[in-house]
Write a protein that binds this ligand. Sequence first.
Ligand code: ATP
Ligand code: MG
Length: 415
Amino acid sequence: MLRSVKGLKDILPQQAMQWQHLEAVARTMATHYGFSEIRIPIFEFTELYARSIGGTTDIVEKEMYTFLDRDGSSLTLRPEGTAGVVRAVLEHKLLDSPTSRKLFYLGPMFRHERPQAGRYRQFHQFGVEALGTDDPLIDVEVITLLWEFFLALGLKDLTLHINSIGTPVDRENYILKLKEFLAPLFPNLCGNCQRRYLTNPLRVLDCKVPICQESTVGAPHLIDDLSETSTIHFQAVLDGLNDLKIPYIINHRLVRGLDYYSRTTFEITSPHLGAQSTIGAGGRYDGLFQALQGPATPAIGFAVGLERVTLLLSEDRTSKPAPLFFVAGFGPRGKPRAFRLLHELRQSKIRADTDHKGNTLKALLRSADKLSAEYSIILGDDEADSSTALLRNMHTKAQEIVKLEEITQRIHSIL
Ligand code: ATP
Ligand code: MG
């Protein structure tokens, strides 16, 4: 038997209800906050990601699904959404249009990581990007949307972590201090971090290996090295969150895993997920447009890992389908009339189904139960001859005779 590829997951019909609910809440809330949907391709030229995410990040170093196209060009399955959105914005000059500066997306991302609970090789993100302003209040809006999205889904015990990692210039001095701090700890760091120490020391703060996390507990704080402008910006973001009563903690080690971030960074974690506790994360990326040869454009966004969110969703929060009406037709005249009725019900937006294999009333009602139908519509030869049907409540077993020409009306009055 053929199996799916390691690290990939099927979303089976039962779970799909959860996903529909998640996606519906995401779309509605993003729209309410003024974001418009953008749908971009799931692969791009490799160069886009190499240039935006950063050559010394985990993603670019070892997690991308990169392959050669038939003409020899290097393509990569998208590991995240922001780079593609920025590429599309530049390509289609969306910055010129005031209604296209707040964008959201939903869809699959691909990273070759070690599969484990909450970490897959194809996973799904809901993300937003607010482009063209560095007003601290837009940071507050984006963070608030993320927070309220999780509240709307009924998630509990969440923590919002926030930090400012300043501009690349702010970080120069800090990186020297950090290296000084890390130097004596170097032998304890994981192999990855020993390499990062040389290539991208900030990454060490973000390492998930426990020994590295312990080693960096006393590391100097990046916010102590921010320029005055960055400090004022960060304080204004915190003031805005206080004003809206969004609770947060300042997390000095939050540097995020992508190189394009600057100033505000944030993450929301849940204590109910074990090691992969971050369900949504984001930050400012004021330098990304220029890195992609666009005009200087401050921007901020977040991405939510939807698989991790589904692990936290309680059953009663997921959307349920409309009540099912099971059409039970039998007999040489009943069955064809019932099949037409099934079509009519569906045309009038009633959720209806049947079982083509069932030929007796008993078998049909058993199928109705198995499909969890709320009602059955019984239509044998006698009913067909008198243009009626029996409407049977599958829970109470109460039945009423309804004229076929009135049946959709009757059903709508029940719904
Ligand atoms: P992590 O620290 O968990 O690896 P990250 O910094 O790589 O996350 P981002 O690139 O910011 O994550 O992605 C945003 C969110 O997407 C994460 O917070 C997480 O919820 C989710 N996510 C990231 N990688 C995966 C994955 N391999 N499988 C499932 N969800 C993921
Ligand atoms: Mg990661």
